[in-house]
Ligand binder design. Structure first.
Ligand code: MLT
Length: 407
């Protein structure tokens, strides 16, 4: 008898963004004339930077000539990209990360979802609430939780993010083993200060825990005081893994390229309590289950670090941040309390009692898609998230419609 993984039965029927897509598609089918504007899932709309496109083309040309053709690349990624990342994203900010501590992949969603495989089945996992659903669902699939009771999985430790703690959780008084942190945060758009991240690193050291730091939105940080990487915090090399993505930074959501940083001295523990290094475990997993990102895509990603690429990426990020400022200002003018939208492309809006009701209202009355806060967790109830990823024209039109729908 072929038995299935019954942990899947504990999951909600569909993944948050699939559920939203289904509702939007039903609405469109029933209202074919509606011109729907999507400010829901954080999917970029601007084309790739010219510098990336040229490098992409060049990479494809290399694949068409015998002397520059490449077959399987290194699973961990080509040296040219790993070197560029180490130098530009870490060493330039005083974070001691070398190229061989970087694993290139096809997405942070996959990496932050897959990483839990290398940890024990009986560890205590802490996630923030609200939270990017991938962290939770992948641990449910792996059997680290019980049932979902009243919106929360038994066995998970929830770090509540509310307006009372400005949506930044402090380390708990009890012991947890694996901690998912995401800054700039998805969905609340908040950032963590150096002091706040230092407290987490200290906690991880004292409790033999490990931090999974998702920095997919780092390119949107404008405040010079805010750390970009957990590895800017002393001592983090031993207790943290970081995820980065080119998706939101440079428009790679459809092109697919990201990376994970695991310092060589990052440690876990075996059954006997002896230190075990994490880098070789992930390397083993990566080499077994992943065959590398395509060569032209890695060339396109490398171009982000050229002078022209850097300038264009800044232009893209500034453009989306201007959208965010428009959305935030309009919603505040309408009387809503908003968080995020300054160092983040997401605006987290306190919107009333029921998130899905607010979602439906905006869809039905304004034909605008947002993301209901409750989809990210119990503490998200009463909030919605609006994304700044769209054209200026659509953002202005969406805000005009929202204004008239909410008046
Ligand atoms: C989001 O909208 O939260 C993200 O785009 C989802 C993702 O990156 O997987």
């Amino acid at each position: 008898m072929i038995k299935v993984n019954e942990n899947y039965g504990k999951l909600k029927a569909s993944y948050l963004f699939s559920e939203i897509a289904r509702r939007v598609s039903d609405f469109q089918n029933n209202n074919p004339e509606a011109n729907i504007i999507k400010l829901g899932i954080g999917d970029v709309t601007c084309p790739l930077p010219d510098a990336c496109i040229s490098a992409f083309h060049e990479g494809v040309d290399h694949m068409g000539k015998e002397d520059s053709f490449r077959g399987y690349g290194p699973e961990q990624g080509y040296g040219f990209l790993r070197e560029a990342i180490a130098e530009n994203d870490f060493q330039s900010r005083g974070a001691d990360i070398s190229a061989d501590e970087i694993f290139i992949s096809d997405g942070s969603k996959c990496d932050s979802g897959n990483i839990q495989e290398i940890f024990g089945a009986d560890i205590k996992v802490a996630v923030s609430d609200p939270v990017y659903p991938v962290y939770v669902d992948t641990n449910v699939m792996a059997g680290r939780t019980g049932e979902n009771i009243d919106g929360r999985y038994e066995g998970l430790f929830y770090l509540e993010c509310t307006k009372e703690n400005s949506f930044v959780p402090a380390p708990p008084s009890e012991k947890v083993d694996l901690i998912y942190l995401c800054f700039p945060n998805n969905p609340t758009g908040t950032t963590a200060s150096r002091e706040e991240l230092t407290a987490w690193v200290e906690y991880a050291k004292e409790n033999d825990a490990l931090i999974l730091f998702d920095a997919a939105y780092v390119a949107f940080i404008t405040d010079p005081q805010i750390p970009h990487s957990i590895f800017e915090i002393p001592g983090a090399r031993e207790v943290a893994i970081e995820f980065r993505s080119f998706s939101k930074t440079a428009g790679f959501t459809g092109t697919r390229c990201a990376y994970t940083v695991i310092p060589k001295d990052c440690r876990g523990f075996d059954e006997k309590g002896d230190k075990t290094l994490i880098h070789p475990l992930w390397n083993r997993r990566h080499c077994t289950k992943f065959n590398g990102v395509s060569y032209p895509v890695q060339r396109a990603a490398e171009a982000i670090y050229s002078p022209a690429g850097k300038k264009e990426v800044k232009g893209l990020v500034d453009f989306y941040l201007e959208n965010a400022a428009i959305i935030k200002k309009e919603m505040e003018t309408l009387g809503y309390t908003c968080t995020g939208g300054i160092n983040s492309p997401y605006i987290w809006i306190e919107g009333g009692e029921d998130s899905w009701e607010f979602f439906d209202l905006l869809l039905n009355k304004a034909n605008v898609v947002c993301t209901p806060g409750s989809g990210f967790g119990k503490c998200g109830e009463g909030y919605i998230r609006i994304s700044a990823f769209n054209s200026r024209e659509n953002v202005l039109e969406a805000m005009k419609r929202i204004k008239s729908a909410l008046k």
